[in-house]
Ligand binder design. Structure first.
Ligand SMILES: Cc1ncc(COP(=O)(O)O)c(C=O)c1O
Length: 233
């Protein structure tokens, strides 16, 4: 109430960097506050399709009061091909014209060839089947990370257990600084993303993001062994 925000930007499903998902009750509450305060919501959802466990939670856009004030964003980057840099937007009609003008001012427009390639892919291929295959594999990789993480991180560390997406968020005990530690950790041929730059306010420097989708389960296990050795050193 004191800040009088005009807009809320949120990644409510398998958030980058934490992998957390906002539960249904909280989504309804966000929708209610937005309606009461006259707030726009930008619901950024590039990861929602990558669920390998649990039940899908409806988009904030589908809750009472949010439909005509939510811009829902999706991306083909995580489900089709990252090189396309192609996404989609579902927005109230009143906003679409302004968004088109803003996009044209920002980058003229998304290359037509990329758009046609994606349209052809959607027409000729079964994207849902592809996503189901990818999500199942990501689930196995998440399991591999959960299986090895307790041995890799110092006692007293905590971490999330994402039901989808690409990332797991961890916190080392005490006042360790993961940005500082990274310089020595990479000498062991393994890396993570320090948590510091993800904070909007004062950062918790003991946090880090681990990605579990790029490597195979065997590589993840080896990476965690290296991380464990590096942090013990
Ligand atoms: C929160 C968030 N939004 C959007 C994207 C996707 O952006 P793009 O569609 O440009 O690849 C990502 C990942 O790259 C992301 O983490």
């Amino acid at each position: 109430a004191s800040e009088r925000p005009k807009l809320l930007y949120t990644v409510p499903t398998f958030q980058n960097p934490t992998g957390r998902t906002l539960p249904a009750g909280r989504r309804a509450a966000v929708a209610a506050v937005a309606a009461r305060r006259g707030l726009w919501i930008v619901e950024d959802d590039p990861y929602g399709e990558l669920r390998f466990e649990g039940e899908r939670v409806p988009w904030i856009a589908s809750y009472e009061g949010a439909g005509d004030r939510t811009v829902l964003l999706g991306s083909f980057s995580k489900v089709m091909a990252p090189g396309m840099r192609l996404g989609w937007m579902r927005a109230p009609a009143a906003l679409r014209r302004a968004c088109t003008v803003a996009k044209q001012a920002a980058d003229l427009h998304t290359p037509t060839v990329n758009q046609l390639a994606a349209a052809r892919y959607l027409a000729d291929r079964d994207l849902d089947a592809h996503v189901a295959r990818v999500a199942a594999e990501y689930g196995r990789r998440r399991d591999a990370m959960l299986a090895g993480i307790a041995d890799a991180l110092p006692e007293g560390s905590t971490w999330t257990r994402p039901e989808g997406g690409m990332f797991l968020w961890a916190r080392l005990p005490g006042s360790r600084d993961t940005t500082e530690l990274l310089r020595r950790v990479v000498e062991h041929d393994v890396a993570y993303v320090p948590g510091e730059p993800f904070h909007a306010g004062p950062p918790d420097r003991a946090t880090l993001r681990l990605c579990f989708v790029t490597q195979t389960p065997q590589e993840i296990a080896e990476g965690l062994r290296r991380l464990g050795r590096a942090l013990r050193d």
